[in-house]
Design a protein around this ligand. Structure first.
Ligand SMILES: Cc1cc2nc3c(=O)[nH]c(=O)nc-3n(C[C@H](O)[C@H](O)[C@H](O)COP(=O)(O)OP(=O)(O)OC[C@H]3O[C@@H](n4cnc5c(N)ncnc54)[C@H](O)[C@@H]3O)c2cc1C
Ligand SMILES: NC(=O)c1ccc[n+]([C@@H]2O[C@H](COP(=O)([O-])OP(=O)(O)OC[C@H]3O[C@@H](n4cnc5c(N)ncnc54)[C@H](O)[C@@H]3O)[C@@H](O)[C@H]2O)c1
Length: 467
């Protein structure tokens, strides 16, 4: 029986464990903080639960235009303490569900911190030490396969170290009892944009310090422009082209000092300036596991590291930091290690979503990366012309589809809309299965529905195909 030790119990680790157990391996998962990992306990799940509450509040506040009335609509507010209590409860419950599921399929779950402890390089088996929370070695396990799935932590900007009270990392916010009087969000990547949008929806004045010309520099520029415009129209402020140098406490709040001399003041600062991979103390160098200059573990498309028998998956590899990608890398690692037929990960078909208001969902080819003179054409349909959107007073957003001019094959898309994360699936399916604009065009969509804009986009592109 193949013996497998998985270090880290986030989506990369626990999904890998489920596959390995299904294939009959002897599986141990070592997790430091709780099964489900940062994804479930502090990052993805808690942030989306907060955004759901804040979004519900804004939906009620905005509903007067639909004809709803009542003296409290405009002033409805969020009980942050209750929201945070619910968030932490859901996270712990989901972690417990994952623990129970793993144990039910025979996976051994060990609480502790693990590190590689191979004495000699090049052996066909590996050794892993498991330490207790005080750092003492509890046990050493010999195995045939190791999966490193240790995730990533918030990057700390020197001079702006979180104190958990006023200067916060995104993992600290669930301890707040009251909403900040004025939140300064530093960094306008996906994490910063989501929290800035969420807190604004929760009724908090927000200033977003964005080091770029536009927020969400990695996203479709038209989509980022919509999110930026909606954020500002709701009263959000953007300190653009502002790079934070330091954040200091004042008697009443914080001062965020920018490198160009500007100072942004607020009651709290939320630092969202990226992540660092969790590789410290794993003994990677000693065991010959190669890392990149950014510190990520280098893997190929079947999650192999530079050492036979040692695999890595998830945020620690820096390949698309998404729970879905982490999980797929983890599963692929186990299929490969256990001799199953396996296809290398197809990163061109990964769908991602930014949970701002409105959401931005993307898949496949994007405008930013289109080569000059490309064979790809696109169509963009504004949401405002969609009948269902009009009924719900949704004005901000669009559907954009990219297809090959010569064949009509759909190669990418962007959806900007509330619920874009759900709407993007037909485009993702088209991109992964090589469907054409004709396939989209000839698919029945419900009338009226937002997804009708996707089939309509197919029809627009169909008409421009060569005859
Ligand atoms: C604020 C935020 C929101 C996000 N929202 C989304 C989203 O909506 N959708 C999405 O797809 N992605 C989202 N992501 C990204 C997603 O959370 C990550 O891609 C995902 O968590 C990666 O999973 P992982 O298994 O690699 O690592 P993690 O979930 O980080 O799990 C790794 C685990 O390993 C443990 N560990 C580390 N070192 C050791 C050790 N030596 N021994 C034992 N255990 C160890 C850690 O404690 C941790 O529990 C978000 C990220 C952030 C920061
Ligand atoms: N919905 C989702 O799927 C989701 C949500 C959150 C995060 N994530 C993933 O997690 C990863 C980390 O995201 P992130 O947003 O934390 O990091 P990021 O690296 O994507 O963005 C950090 C941003 O902070 C800026 N920055 C850095 N130093 C700064 C400074 N001193 N002052 C001002 N700005 C500064 C950077 O220019 C960058 O734009 C990403 O890969 C992201 O895709 C996914």
């Amino acid at each position: 029986m193949t013996r497998i030790v998985i270090i880290g119990g986030g989506p990369a680790g626990y999904e890998a464990a489920l596959v390995a157990a299904q294939l009959g391996a002897d599986v141990t998962v070592v997790e430091r903080d709780g099964l489900g990992g940062a994804s479930v306990l502090t990052d993805c799940v808690p942030s989306k639960t907060f955004i759901a509450a804040a979004g519900a509040m804004t939906a009620v506040r905005d509903s007067a235009v639909l004809g709803l009335q009542g003296s409290d609509l405009a002033t409805v507010s969020l009980d942050l303490s209750a929201v945070n209590h619910r968030i932490k409860g859901l996270a712990v419950a989901q972690s417990a569900d994952i623990h129970a599921r793993l144990e039910s399929v025979g996976v051994r779950c060990v609480s502790g911190t693990a590190r590689l402890s191979d004495d000699v390089r090049g052996l066909i088996t590996h050794r892993v030490e498991i330490c207790d929370h005080e750092g003492g070695v509890q046990q050493e396990v010999e195995c045939d396969v190791v999966l490193i799935a240790t995730g990533a932590d918030p990057r700390v900007l020197p001079g702006a170290e979180p104190d958990g009270e006023r200067i916060l990392s995104w993992r600290d916010v669930y301890e707040l009892e009251d909403l900040p009087e004025h939140l300064v969000v530093v960094g306008s990547g996906v994490t910063g944009a989501e929290f800035a949008s969420g807190y604004l929806e929760a009724g908090v004045p927000v200033t977003l310090v964005s080091s770029r010309d536009q927020v969400l520099p990695g996203e479709d520029a038209d989509a980022a422009a919509v999110v930026e415009q909606v954020f500002q129209s709701r009263g959000g402020k953007i300190a653009d082209r502002g790079r934070a140098e330091s954040v200091v406490r004042t008697p009443t709040g914080v001062e965020v000092k920018l490198t160009d001399g500007r100072v942004v003041t607020g009651s709290h600062a939320l630092m969202t300036v990226g992540t660092v991979p969790n590789t410290d103390g794993l003994n990677l160098e000693k065991c010959g596991v190669a890392t990149s200059p950014s510190g990520h573990v280098v893997v190929d498309r079947v999650s192999r590291t530079s050492v036979p028998g040692i695999y890595a998956a998830g945020d620690v590899t820096g390949v698309f930091q998404l729970a879905s990608v982490a999980a797929m890398q983890g599963r692929i690692a186990m299929w490969h290690a256990l001799g199953e037929a396996v296809s290398p990960i197809r990163l061109g078909t990964v769908a991602g979503n930014v949970f701002t208001h409105p959401e931005i969902a993307t898949v496949g080819v994007q405008e930013k990366t289109l080569p000059e003179g490309t064979d790809i054409e696109s169509v963009q349909l504004p949401l405002a012309t969609n009948a269902r959107a009009k009924m719900s007073d949704l004005r901000d957003g669009f559907v954009k589809i990219f297809a090959r001019r010569s064949t009509g094959v759909v190669v990418g898309g962007v959806v900007v809309a509330p619920g874009a994360s759900e709407l993007v699936l037909p485009i993702t399916l088209a991109v992964s299965k090589g469907l054409t604009v004709d396939d989209l065009a000839q698919t029945f969509s419900i009338y009226p529905s937002l997804s009708g804009s996707i089939t309509e986009a197919g029809r627009r592109l169909m008409n421009s195909q060569p005859g």
